[in-house]
Design a protein around this ligand. Sequence first.
Ligand SMILES: [Zn+2]
Length: 269
Amino acid sequence: MIEGWGVEQREADTWGVHLLDAAKQGLDPNHAVAHAGTPLRAGQVAECGDKPHFPMSQAVSASSIPNIRCTGQAPLPTVHGEFLAQVYQCEGEALEHMVLSLGLDQPAAAGTLGGVLLRMHSECATGDLFGSLRCDCGPQLSLALERIAKEGRGLLIYLRGHEGRGIGLAQKLAAYQLQDRGLDTVDANRALGHPVDSRDYGVAVAILQQLGFRSVRLMSNNPRKAAALESAGIDVLERSAHEVPAQSHNRRYLQTKHQRMGHFLTPIL
Ligand SMILES: [Zn+2]
């Protein structure tokens, strides 16, 4: 079975507009993205916001999977390759989540899009934008895009609202102050009255469902991310280690993630 976007191969001939083509043609993004399950007539394209097609789970419950809508898209050339950039928003929310995909503009059977290389990347302004050495986010983001480009197929979901594992940017900086006074990242969050990790992956699940994926190969060291997908009915065929070299500023942070949060990281001496 050919893998790609949303309709069965036998319907491919009637498929009028593929994602990247649609973006290049400047079409309304809400009419440019196909999803799994609905045969399309010639020239017809699917809505972004149709219902999910996968069974829900205990850990990521149906109620926590939001209604989402694709609100913008365009080709995005990067130093790693040319991606299709898409913005998704949850109903009633202003946050703009971003998806960068590559090599996925082929039609395929409903719910058969599998084994795609995926990075669910949590927003980290300090690391992703400013090159902070306190964490490993920036290098992980670059590595993910590099790996997707090298494979020629995959997607990165950039999850907004995940700063500081969900506590927000200001509280993340407050946690940094506590870390400079001796607390580790787990205890710093707790000292501020926050959960150790309050990130929710319902948006990512909704995006994957809408794009028709039933299975992924996840680039992550975090067992919670794989569990969230599995519990929502998306098979994680492989958890692919996504480690970047430690350095003096983030060594303790990575040790804590390994020792106290169960992340799959090479033990650091
Ligand atoms: Zn970070």
